[in-house]
Structures are given as C-alpha cells and as structure tokens.
Design a protein. Sequence first.
Length: 329
Amino acid sequence: MTYKSASSATPRLKIGFVLARSFTLSAFAMFVDTLRLASDELDRSGRVLADWQVLGSTRHLIKSSCGVEVAPTSDFVDPGQLNYIVVVGGLLNVERPVDYDTIAFLKRADAQKVPLIGVCTGSFILAEAGLMKNHETCVSWLHYQAFRERFPDLLARSDRLYHLDRTRGSCAGGSSAADMAASIVRQSISKDAERNALEVLQIERARTAFDIQPRRPLDIECSDDRLKSILIVMERHVENVISLKELADSVGISRRQLERLFHEKTGMSPGQAYMALRMHRARALLLQSKAPLIEIAIEVGFESAGRFGKVFKRTYGQPPGRLRGAMAH
C-alpha cells in the first residue's frame, strides 16, 4: 500500500474519545494505539489516515483506575466532524463517571447520528443516558450481572468480545478494544492499514465480533467456541434456567448436537454441566453472604429450599446449612 504524506492527506477516520473518571487505561491505550499505527507506515505515528482527540468539558486531568492521568486534548467539537465517539469506562463504583456537559454532548452526537461506542463499562454510561436502546450490548462477563440489574430492559450478552453496528458499538474492554479498533480501521481505511497496526502491536490476527470472551466457567477445558458460548450463557442464567433447546438455538445447533458436543468435549451431559454451574454459584452465595437458604435456592433456579438442599448435599456431600456453619468457625 502507498501512503500519502502527512502534509497532503486528509484523515479518512476521525475519532473522539471520552474518558470516564477511573477509566480503564489498557482499553483506551489498545484502541488509540491501533489507530495510531494504522494511520501511518511502520511506527512513525503520523496522523495521515486517521486522527483522534480526547474530548472533555474541561482540560482537567482525568485519572484512570490505575492512577495514571490523561489530559483532554480538545474541547467538545461539533459531533458531525467525527466518524465515531468512543466512551471509555472503568470502575463501576464511581459516582457520576462523566459530567452533565458530557452527557449533553453524547446526546447531541446521537441526534446527528454519529456512531457511539462504549468500551469496557463505557456502555453503562451510554445506557444510563438512554443511548443503548435497540442495541445488543456486549459487556465483560465480570460486569454482566451489574448491567442486567441496572438496565433490565436492555439486551446484553457476555459471551462475545464486541458488537458494532451502524450507530452503536460496545466492547468488553481489555485487549478486545484493539480487535474492535482493527475492525473499524479495516472498514474505514483499509486492510493494509489494519495489518500494519496489528503487526507492530505483535497481534497475529484481530479477533472478530463472533469470537468468544476468554472465560472458562468451572475451569471446563474446551476448544469449541460453541461450547464456550453455551457455558457462558448457562452461567448467566442460573436463576431463570433456560431450556436445552434455547441453549442449542443460541449457537445454531440442534438439541441432539448439543448433547453430543457436551459428551464429546466434557464427558458430561448439558444438564449435568448446567447443574454444576448452579451449585457452584450457590456455594459462593452461601460463603459470601448471609442470605436465607430460600433466597439462595431461588437465586440458582429452585422453587423450594428442600429440593435445593437435596441437590446441594448430593453435590458437596453435606447440606448447605452445615457447610455455611463449618466455614463460619
């Protein structure tokens, strides 16, 4: 590929970053460095094919979750000048991660149909502003329950790395920020620009929106992406248990194929794996909370404490109450 010189080229891709208080530095760095390396040849860092700014209502330093501070490089501009606005979130226990001026800016961007992307917990900020409706939000498995509790009416999934459509994007964070950025570079600039960025970053290939988050419930070893996805779906549905047919449909296979897949890869049936995940969650709740047994039973999909107790004893060799009492002494 022949690149134009920095002096003669107009960047094809313009991205504005909004950093939340206690944002995740790694996610921001992976995203912006993918842009930097895609914008010029090798490691020259010229803003030839892409440009980016950190936008803010003030120029005050923004502290990341690891303590490193970043200064905004621009005031808020007309959102129509940008191809994407990327909101990088971080710690969820921060009150008001962005100010009211920032929310107003994001809503102006939405009105102008500028695509908005939530990276890491940036999707929480967009959802809180009412800007994630009609979008299936990808969140980290670590934050899935929190997202469902805060936004029960929104679609969310924690098995995929990112989701990107014409007006919205969401990303689990961490290294998947580079994967999402690479996808945008490929669409907006070229495959050559994407390849340059990935090679310098020592990334063999960019993962796609269909790749599965590197999460292994119960430490079940498996190499099949369909199985990984199903295990994550099981893990997030321990209360409202879903049918094997729904699990099979989620990855486009039949129930018979699902059962064969589990037996071949894990030596367990789907039902046994599902119950093991539910019991694992129950044990954690017993040891980490003082919730009554009936509440824990309901939390893991049982209608009665009696039935829950029998299954728990069969799994762990003692009733739930005895386990909790033994661990308390």
